[in-house]
Ligand binder design. Structure first.
Ligand SMILES: Cc1ncc(COP(=O)(O)O)c(C=O)c1O
Length: 386
Protein backbone atom coordinates (compact mmCIF):
# COMPACT_ATOMS: atom_id res chain seq x y z
CA UNK A 1 0.00 0.00 0.00
CA UNK A 2 1.34 3.46 -0.95
CA UNK A 3 2.47 5.60 1.97
CA UNK A 4 0.35 8.69 2.58
CA UNK A 5 3.25 10.59 4.13
CA UNK A 6 4.21 13.55 1.94
CA UNK A 7 6.93 12.54 -0.50
CA UNK A 8 9.90 14.87 -0.93
CA UNK A 9 8.28 17.40 -3.23
CA UNK A 10 10.29 19.36 -5.78
CA UNK A 11 9.20 23.04 -5.46
CA UNK A 12 9.57 23.50 -9.22
CA UNK A 13 7.74 20.35 -10.30
CA UNK A 14 4.20 21.54 -10.90
CA UNK A 15 2.67 18.17 -11.89
CA UNK A 16 4.09 16.57 -8.75
CA UNK A 17 2.97 19.45 -6.50
CA UNK A 18 -0.51 19.37 -7.93
CA UNK A 19 -0.82 15.57 -7.87
CA UNK A 20 0.01 15.67 -4.16
CA UNK A 21 -2.42 18.52 -3.43
CA UNK A 22 -5.19 16.80 -5.44
CA UNK A 23 -4.64 13.25 -4.22
CA UNK A 24 -8.07 13.22 -2.54
CA UNK A 25 -9.66 14.19 -5.89
CA UNK A 26 -7.91 11.28 -7.57
CA UNK A 27 -9.23 8.88 -4.95
CA UNK A 28 -12.70 10.36 -5.39
CA UNK A 29 -12.41 9.93 -9.17
CA UNK A 30 -11.49 6.26 -8.70
CA UNK A 31 -14.52 5.71 -6.45
CA UNK A 32 -16.80 7.39 -8.98
CA UNK A 33 -15.44 5.28 -11.80
CA UNK A 34 -15.99 2.05 -9.91
CA UNK A 35 -19.47 3.11 -8.83
CA UNK A 36 -20.56 4.00 -12.37
CA UNK A 37 -18.93 0.93 -13.92
CA UNK A 38 -18.47 2.87 -17.17
CA UNK A 39 -14.85 3.23 -18.10
CA UNK A 40 -15.09 4.71 -21.61
CA UNK A 41 -17.11 7.84 -22.49
CA UNK A 42 -19.15 7.43 -19.35
CA UNK A 43 -20.72 9.93 -16.95
CA UNK A 44 -17.32 11.42 -16.03
CA UNK A 45 -16.63 12.66 -19.55
CA UNK A 46 -20.18 14.01 -19.85
CA UNK A 47 -19.91 15.74 -16.46
CA UNK A 48 -16.58 17.31 -17.34
CA UNK A 49 -17.74 18.47 -20.78
CA UNK A 50 -20.77 20.17 -19.21
CA UNK A 51 -18.76 21.77 -16.40
CA UNK A 52 -15.98 22.97 -18.70
CA UNK A 53 -18.54 24.45 -21.12
CA UNK A 54 -20.08 26.44 -18.27
CA UNK A 55 -16.65 27.51 -17.04
CA UNK A 56 -15.76 28.78 -20.52
CA UNK A 57 -19.02 30.62 -21.01
CA UNK A 58 -22.17 30.41 -18.95
CA UNK A 59 -24.32 30.42 -22.11
CA UNK A 60 -22.54 27.53 -23.81
CA UNK A 61 -24.46 24.24 -24.20
CA UNK A 62 -22.65 21.19 -22.81
CA UNK A 63 -22.52 19.35 -26.16
CA UNK A 64 -20.23 22.08 -27.55
CA UNK A 65 -17.27 20.76 -25.55
CA UNK A 66 -15.92 17.42 -26.77
CA UNK A 67 -13.37 15.61 -24.61
CA UNK A 68 -10.57 13.94 -26.57
CA UNK A 69 -7.34 12.12 -25.78
CA UNK A 70 -4.89 15.05 -26.06
CA UNK A 71 -4.42 18.62 -27.26
CA UNK A 72 -2.71 17.35 -30.41
CA UNK A 73 -5.72 15.14 -31.16
CA UNK A 74 -8.01 18.11 -30.51
CA UNK A 75 -6.18 20.04 -33.23
CA UNK A 76 -6.18 17.11 -35.63
CA UNK A 77 -9.92 16.53 -35.22
CA UNK A 78 -10.69 20.24 -35.58
CA UNK A 79 -8.65 20.32 -38.80
CA UNK A 80 -10.46 17.23 -40.10
CA UNK A 81 -13.81 18.83 -39.26
CA UNK A 82 -12.75 21.88 -41.30
CA UNK A 83 -12.30 19.51 -44.24
CA UNK A 84 -8.49 19.57 -44.25
CA UNK A 85 -7.11 16.68 -46.27
CA UNK A 86 -3.74 15.51 -47.56
CA UNK A 87 -2.04 18.26 -49.57
CA UNK A 88 -4.22 21.09 -48.22
CA UNK A 89 -2.58 24.28 -46.90
CA UNK A 90 -2.89 25.22 -43.24
CA UNK A 91 -1.47 28.50 -41.86
CA UNK A 92 0.11 28.48 -38.40
CA UNK A 93 2.80 30.43 -36.57
CA UNK A 94 6.30 29.02 -36.93
CA UNK A 95 6.87 29.90 -33.28
CA UNK A 96 4.70 27.42 -31.39
CA UNK A 97 4.93 24.08 -29.64
CA UNK A 98 5.84 21.48 -32.26
CA UNK A 99 2.55 19.74 -31.37
CA UNK A 100 0.62 22.37 -33.37
CA UNK A 101 2.54 21.40 -36.47
CA UNK A 102 2.40 17.68 -35.64
CA UNK A 103 -1.40 17.81 -35.95
CA UNK A 104 -1.12 19.41 -39.40
CA UNK A 105 1.47 16.88 -40.54
CA UNK A 106 -0.54 13.94 -39.28
CA UNK A 107 -3.16 14.83 -41.88
CA UNK A 108 -0.44 15.14 -44.55
CA UNK A 109 -1.45 18.78 -44.95
CA UNK A 110 1.16 21.42 -45.89
CA UNK A 111 2.12 24.12 -43.38
CA UNK A 112 2.22 27.79 -44.33
CA UNK A 113 4.27 29.48 -41.63
CA UNK A 114 3.27 32.90 -40.33
CA UNK A 115 5.76 35.28 -38.72
CA UNK A 116 5.32 36.98 -35.36
CA UNK A 117 3.62 40.29 -34.66
CA UNK A 118 6.04 43.21 -34.06
CA UNK A 119 5.74 42.73 -30.29
CA UNK A 120 4.91 39.67 -28.24
CA UNK A 121 5.03 36.00 -29.17
CA UNK A 122 1.92 35.42 -31.28
CA UNK A 123 1.27 35.50 -35.00
CA UNK A 124 1.15 38.67 -37.09
CA UNK A 125 -2.22 39.36 -38.75
CA UNK A 126 -0.54 41.54 -41.43
CA UNK A 127 1.76 38.73 -42.48
CA UNK A 128 -1.17 36.31 -42.45
CA UNK A 129 -3.12 38.66 -44.70
CA UNK A 130 -0.23 38.78 -47.17
CA UNK A 131 -0.07 34.99 -47.22
CA UNK A 132 -3.83 34.64 -47.64
CA UNK A 133 -3.98 37.20 -50.43
CA UNK A 134 -1.00 35.73 -52.31
CA UNK A 135 -1.87 32.05 -51.86
CA UNK A 136 -1.91 30.22 -55.19
CA UNK A 137 -3.73 27.34 -53.55
CA UNK A 138 -6.39 28.08 -50.92
CA UNK A 139 -5.44 28.03 -47.26
CA UNK A 140 -8.04 25.70 -45.78
CA UNK A 141 -7.56 26.65 -42.11
CA UNK A 142 -5.63 29.07 -39.90
CA UNK A 143 -4.41 28.00 -36.45
CA UNK A 144 -3.98 30.95 -34.06
CA UNK A 145 -1.88 29.90 -31.07
CA UNK A 146 -2.28 31.88 -27.85
CA UNK A 147 1.29 31.03 -26.99
CA UNK A 148 2.44 31.13 -23.36
CA UNK A 149 -1.08 32.38 -22.49
CA UNK A 150 -0.68 35.60 -24.53
CA UNK A 151 -3.79 36.42 -26.53
CA UNK A 152 -3.75 36.80 -30.34
CA UNK A 153 -5.45 39.70 -32.12
CA UNK A 154 -8.64 37.69 -32.46
CA UNK A 155 -10.80 40.51 -33.77
CA UNK A 156 -8.55 41.01 -36.80
CA UNK A 157 -8.05 37.26 -37.30
CA UNK A 158 -11.78 36.54 -37.34
CA UNK A 159 -12.32 39.32 -39.91
CA UNK A 160 -9.46 38.03 -42.08
CA UNK A 161 -10.66 34.43 -42.02
CA UNK A 162 -14.17 35.57 -42.93
CA UNK A 163 -12.85 37.70 -45.80
CA UNK A 164 -10.76 34.88 -47.27
CA UNK A 165 -13.31 32.12 -46.58
CA UNK A 166 -11.10 30.05 -44.34
CA UNK A 167 -11.67 28.49 -40.91
CA UNK A 168 -10.08 29.83 -37.74
CA UNK A 169 -8.94 27.32 -35.12
CA UNK A 170 -7.74 28.68 -31.78
CA UNK A 171 -4.96 26.67 -30.18
CA UNK A 172 -5.72 27.31 -26.50
CA UNK A 173 -3.45 24.55 -25.17
CA UNK A 174 -1.43 27.16 -23.25
CA UNK A 175 -4.25 29.62 -22.75
CA UNK A 176 -6.83 28.08 -20.45
CA UNK A 177 -7.81 31.15 -18.41
CA UNK A 178 -6.63 33.77 -20.91
CA UNK A 179 -9.28 36.33 -21.74
CA UNK A 180 -10.24 38.19 -24.87
CA UNK A 181 -12.12 41.23 -23.57
CA UNK A 182 -14.40 39.95 -20.85
CA UNK A 183 -14.67 36.42 -22.30
CA UNK A 184 -12.49 33.34 -22.31
CA UNK A 185 -10.35 32.74 -25.36
CA UNK A 186 -11.67 29.97 -27.60
CA UNK A 187 -15.07 31.47 -28.35
CA UNK A 188 -14.07 33.32 -31.53
CA UNK A 189 -12.72 30.57 -33.78
CA UNK A 190 -14.76 27.89 -35.49
CA UNK A 191 -13.04 25.47 -33.11
CA UNK A 192 -10.78 25.92 -30.09
CA UNK A 193 -8.44 23.23 -28.85
CA UNK A 194 -7.38 22.67 -25.24
CA UNK A 195 -4.76 20.40 -23.71
CA UNK A 196 -4.87 19.00 -20.17
CA UNK A 197 -1.29 17.73 -20.28
CA UNK A 198 0.00 17.64 -16.67
CA UNK A 199 1.85 20.98 -16.90
CA UNK A 200 -1.09 22.92 -18.31
CA UNK A 201 -3.18 25.46 -16.38
CA UNK A 202 -5.95 22.87 -16.08
CA UNK A 203 -3.91 19.73 -15.67
CA UNK A 204 -4.81 16.05 -15.76
CA UNK A 205 -2.56 13.37 -14.30
CA UNK A 206 -1.93 12.07 -17.79
CA UNK A 207 -2.97 13.06 -21.30
CA UNK A 208 -6.24 14.75 -22.14
CA UNK A 209 -7.72 17.42 -24.35
CA UNK A 210 -10.95 19.00 -25.53
CA UNK A 211 -12.38 20.71 -28.58
CA UNK A 212 -14.69 23.63 -28.11
CA UNK A 213 -17.07 23.63 -31.08
CA UNK A 214 -18.54 27.06 -31.72
CA UNK A 215 -20.96 26.21 -34.55
CA UNK A 216 -23.97 24.07 -33.79
CA UNK A 217 -23.72 22.25 -37.15
CA UNK A 218 -20.17 21.05 -36.33
CA UNK A 219 -21.08 19.40 -33.03
CA UNK A 220 -22.20 16.03 -34.39
CA UNK A 221 -19.24 15.85 -36.77
CA UNK A 222 -16.73 16.41 -33.98
CA UNK A 223 -18.42 13.93 -31.65
CA UNK A 224 -18.35 11.29 -34.38
CA UNK A 225 -14.76 12.03 -35.34
CA UNK A 226 -13.47 11.08 -31.88
CA UNK A 227 -15.21 7.69 -32.03
CA UNK A 228 -14.47 5.95 -35.35
CA UNK A 229 -16.93 8.15 -37.25
CA UNK A 230 -19.80 6.12 -35.79
CA UNK A 231 -23.37 7.32 -35.59
CA UNK A 232 -25.69 6.25 -32.74
CA UNK A 233 -26.16 2.83 -34.40
CA UNK A 234 -22.41 2.16 -34.48
CA UNK A 235 -22.30 2.60 -38.20
CA UNK A 236 -19.29 4.53 -39.51
CA UNK A 237 -20.79 7.39 -41.49
CA UNK A 238 -17.57 9.36 -41.78
CA UNK A 239 -13.90 8.71 -41.36
CA UNK A 240 -13.08 8.91 -37.65
CA UNK A 241 -10.40 7.94 -35.17
CA UNK A 242 -10.19 6.69 -31.60
CA UNK A 243 -9.52 9.74 -29.45
CA UNK A 244 -11.51 9.71 -26.22
CA UNK A 245 -10.87 11.61 -23.02
CA UNK A 246 -10.10 9.02 -20.35
CA UNK A 247 -12.95 8.60 -17.88
CA UNK A 248 -10.74 8.75 -14.77
CA UNK A 249 -9.00 11.92 -15.99
CA UNK A 250 -12.40 13.40 -16.82
CA UNK A 251 -13.69 12.91 -13.25
CA UNK A 252 -10.49 14.42 -11.92
CA UNK A 253 -10.66 17.42 -14.27
CA UNK A 254 -14.30 17.98 -13.39
CA UNK A 255 -13.44 18.12 -9.70
CA UNK A 256 -10.48 20.42 -10.33
CA UNK A 257 -12.58 23.02 -12.15
CA UNK A 258 -13.97 24.72 -9.02
CA UNK A 259 -10.38 25.57 -7.99
CA UNK A 260 -9.19 26.70 -11.39
CA UNK A 261 -9.91 30.42 -10.96
CA UNK A 262 -8.01 30.46 -7.68
CA UNK A 263 -5.06 28.68 -9.27
CA UNK A 264 -5.07 31.12 -12.18
CA UNK A 265 -5.05 33.98 -9.66
CA UNK A 266 -2.03 32.36 -7.96
CA UNK A 267 -0.23 32.30 -11.33
CA UNK A 268 -0.94 36.02 -11.70
CA UNK A 269 0.40 36.57 -8.20
CA UNK A 270 3.69 34.85 -9.07
CA UNK A 271 3.87 36.91 -12.29
CA UNK A 272 3.45 40.03 -10.19
CA UNK A 273 6.26 38.95 -7.86
CA UNK A 274 8.48 38.55 -10.89
CA UNK A 275 7.48 42.00 -12.08
CA UNK A 276 8.29 43.53 -8.69
CA UNK A 277 11.63 41.71 -8.55
CA UNK A 278 12.75 42.25 -12.15
CA UNK A 279 11.14 45.41 -13.46
CA UNK A 280 13.71 48.06 -14.26
CA UNK A 281 16.59 45.65 -14.91
CA UNK A 282 18.37 46.89 -18.05
CA UNK A 283 17.34 45.39 -21.41
CA UNK A 284 14.90 42.91 -19.89
CA UNK A 285 11.37 42.62 -21.31
CA UNK A 286 8.69 41.01 -19.16
CA UNK A 287 5.40 39.46 -20.28
CA UNK A 288 2.22 41.33 -19.45
CA UNK A 289 -1.44 41.59 -20.36
CA UNK A 290 -1.63 42.66 -23.98
CA UNK A 291 -3.89 44.98 -25.93
CA UNK A 292 -5.81 41.92 -27.21
CA UNK A 293 -6.47 40.27 -23.89
CA UNK A 294 -5.46 39.06 -20.49
CA UNK A 295 -2.47 36.75 -20.13
CA UNK A 296 -2.94 33.51 -18.16
CA UNK A 297 0.79 33.02 -17.45
CA UNK A 298 1.00 29.41 -18.46
CA UNK A 299 4.64 30.21 -19.21
CA UNK A 300 6.61 33.24 -18.02
CA UNK A 301 8.94 33.96 -20.92
CA UNK A 302 11.20 37.01 -20.63
CA UNK A 303 13.36 38.53 -23.36
CA UNK A 304 16.94 39.59 -22.82
CA UNK A 305 19.86 40.45 -25.13
CA UNK A 306 20.97 37.47 -27.25
CA UNK A 307 24.58 38.10 -26.20
CA UNK A 308 23.86 37.12 -22.59
CA UNK A 309 20.88 34.78 -22.90
CA UNK A 310 22.92 31.56 -22.81
CA UNK A 311 25.04 32.86 -19.96
CA UNK A 312 21.85 33.64 -18.01
CA UNK A 313 20.48 30.18 -18.80
CA UNK A 314 23.66 28.53 -17.51
CA UNK A 315 23.87 30.73 -14.39
CA UNK A 316 20.26 30.04 -13.40
CA UNK A 317 20.61 26.31 -13.96
CA UNK A 318 23.89 26.34 -12.07
CA UNK A 319 22.03 27.87 -9.11
CA UNK A 320 19.44 25.08 -9.26
CA UNK A 321 16.79 27.24 -10.91
CA UNK A 322 15.16 25.28 -13.75
CA UNK A 323 14.81 27.89 -16.48
CA UNK A 324 14.00 26.68 -19.99
CA UNK A 325 13.56 27.59 -23.63
CA UNK A 326 10.16 27.63 -25.27
CA UNK A 327 11.31 26.88 -27.83
CA UNK A 328 14.90 26.34 -28.93
CA UNK A 329 13.75 25.84 -32.55
CA UNK A 330 10.87 27.28 -34.51
CA UNK A 331 8.78 24.73 -36.42
CA UNK A 332 10.41 25.49 -39.79
CA UNK A 333 13.89 24.85 -38.33
CA UNK A 334 13.36 21.19 -37.41
CA UNK A 335 15.31 18.71 -39.55
CA UNK A 336 12.23 16.78 -40.59
CA UNK A 337 10.44 19.96 -41.68
CA UNK A 338 13.47 21.21 -43.64
CA UNK A 339 13.73 17.82 -45.39
CA UNK A 340 10.06 17.89 -46.37
CA UNK A 341 9.41 21.56 -47.07
CA UNK A 342 12.81 23.16 -47.65
CA UNK A 343 14.27 26.34 -46.19
CA UNK A 344 12.62 29.04 -48.22
CA UNK A 345 10.60 30.66 -45.42
CA UNK A 346 10.99 34.31 -44.63
CA UNK A 347 10.29 34.64 -40.89
CA UNK A 348 12.66 37.35 -39.65
CA UNK A 349 10.84 38.23 -36.43
CA UNK A 350 10.57 34.58 -35.40
CA UNK A 351 14.27 34.03 -36.02
CA UNK A 352 15.21 37.22 -34.15
CA UNK A 353 13.11 36.26 -31.13
CA UNK A 354 14.43 32.75 -30.52
CA UNK A 355 17.94 33.62 -29.21
CA UNK A 356 16.47 36.19 -26.79
CA UNK A 357 13.88 34.15 -24.87
CA UNK A 358 14.17 32.59 -21.44
CA UNK A 359 11.33 30.81 -19.60
CA UNK A 360 11.37 31.41 -15.86
CA UNK A 361 9.72 28.83 -13.59
CA UNK A 362 6.11 29.70 -12.80
CA UNK A 363 3.30 27.68 -11.29
CA UNK A 364 0.67 28.45 -8.66
CA UNK A 365 2.69 27.09 -5.73
CA UNK A 366 6.09 28.58 -6.52
CA UNK A 367 7.48 30.10 -3.30
CA UNK A 368 8.35 33.78 -3.45
CA UNK A 369 11.87 33.04 -2.20
CA UNK A 370 12.58 31.24 -5.53
CA UNK A 371 11.48 34.37 -7.42
CA UNK A 372 13.88 36.43 -5.29
CA UNK A 373 16.66 33.91 -5.85
CA UNK A 374 16.15 34.14 -9.58
CA UNK A 375 16.26 37.93 -9.49
CA UNK A 376 19.50 37.74 -7.51
CA UNK A 377 21.10 35.66 -10.30
CA UNK A 378 19.69 37.61 -13.26
CA UNK A 379 20.20 41.12 -11.87
CA UNK A 380 24.02 41.27 -11.84
CA UNK A 381 24.25 39.50 -15.20
CA UNK A 382 22.01 42.05 -16.86
CA UNK A 383 23.80 44.95 -15.16
CA UNK A 384 27.19 43.68 -16.44
CA UNK A 385 25.89 42.87 -19.90
CA UNK A 386 24.50 46.28 -20.48
C1 LIG B 1 0.57 25.30 -28.09
C2 LIG B 1 0.31 23.82 -27.94
N1 LIG B 1 -0.48 23.21 -28.83
C3 LIG B 1 -0.78 21.91 -28.74
C4 LIG B 1 -0.27 21.13 -27.71
C5 LIG B 1 -0.56 19.68 -27.68
O1 LIG B 1 -1.14 19.23 -26.49
P1 LIG B 1 -0.91 17.73 -25.97
O2 LIG B 1 0.44 17.66 -25.40
O3 LIG B 1 -2.01 17.55 -24.98
O4 LIG B 1 -1.09 16.84 -27.15
C6 LIG B 1 0.54 21.73 -26.75
C7 LIG B 1 1.09 20.94 -25.63
O5 LIG B 1 2.21 20.82 -25.37
C8 LIG B 1 0.86 23.11 -26.87
O6 LIG B 1 1.65 23.72 -25.98
Amino acid sequence: MMSLLPPRLDPFNFPQQEAWRDRHLLRRAQRRLIRSGQTILGPGVAAFEAAFATWLDRDLSPEHVVGVASGTDALELALRACGVEAGDRVALPAHTAYATLAAVLRLQARPVFVDLAPTGAVLCPDHLQTLLSQAVEPIRAVIAVHLYGEVCDLTTLVALCDRYGTSLIEDCAQACGSRHGTKSVGLQGRFACFSFYPTKNLAALGDGGAVLVNRRDDVTTLRRLRFYGWNGEREAVQMGVNSRLDELQAWLLRDKLPQLNRRLAQRRQVAQWYRQALEGLPALQLPHDGEHGRHSYHLYVVRLPAAIRDKALGACRGAGLPVGLHYPLACHQHTHVIQRFGRSWSLPRTEALLPTILSLPLHPYLPRREVRRLAAVLGPLLAQGH
